[in-house]
Design a protein around this ligand. Structure first.
Ligand SMILES: [Zn+2]
Length: 183
């Protein structure tokens, strides 16, 4: 069973909580628009893996909630979600609806057993940006931007990394898309 709701993107540097971190992977430039994106590719070099954390989530635990709990407990300001496997009984994610310069998110809640084929992303300023791929026999592979409310079915195993080196954060660009920057 799938339910969908469409929500305008929320913005604001000071916004708190994961709902405000509605990120997309829409960093590429698009020509012809008034608010064309910058073409500058930023590479933040010089980091090292400082520590690795292996997480086991049990049935009914929240996937993103568990990741955020570990980030908070171990003060992972800069890092990555490297691997995620397991299964979910319910999962909420969002995807972008159009190619408009201002993003519009569609929120989906998938109910029923699904395999987690993978989930990963960067952690900047303690905020994870994680995308998940799920799979069922009926739908094949699907997924999007991981939201709170993905409940583990049997188990989920996650690898987190803490980085040393350049410290990053995300700030909205002129199209209000949060972009990685030094902090
Ligand atoms: Zn995203």
């Amino acid at each position: 069973m799938i339910s969908r709701r469409i929500m305008p993107r929320r913005h604001g540097v000071a916004a708190v909580g994961l709902a405000a971190l509605c990120l997309t992977c829409s960093g590429s430039s698009r020509s012809g628009a008034i608010l064309a994106a910058d073409n500058s590719t930023k590479v933040f070099a010089g980091g090292d893996v400082k520590e690795i954390y292996r997480i086991n989530l049990d049935r009914d635990e929240g996937l993103l909630e568990g990741i955020n709990a570990a980030i908070k407990q171990y003060d992972i300001q800069d890092g990555a979600v490297l691997t995620t496997v397991g299964s979910t009984q319910e999962c909420t994610y969002h995807y972008v609806k159009t190619t408009a310069m201002l993003a519009e998110d569609v929120f989906v809640t998938q109910k029923g057993a699904a395999e987690i084929l993978g989930a990963g992303g960067l952690i900047a300023n303690g905020e994870p940006h994680v995308h998940i791929t799920l799979a069922t026999p009926e739908r094949g592979a699907f997924g999007g931007h991981l939201e709170n409310g993905c409940k583990v079915l049997y188990v989920a195993e996650i690898t987190l990394a803490k980085f040393s080196g350049p410290q990053l954060t995300r700030r909205p660009n002129k199209n209000k898309i949060p972009m990685l920057e030094g902090r």
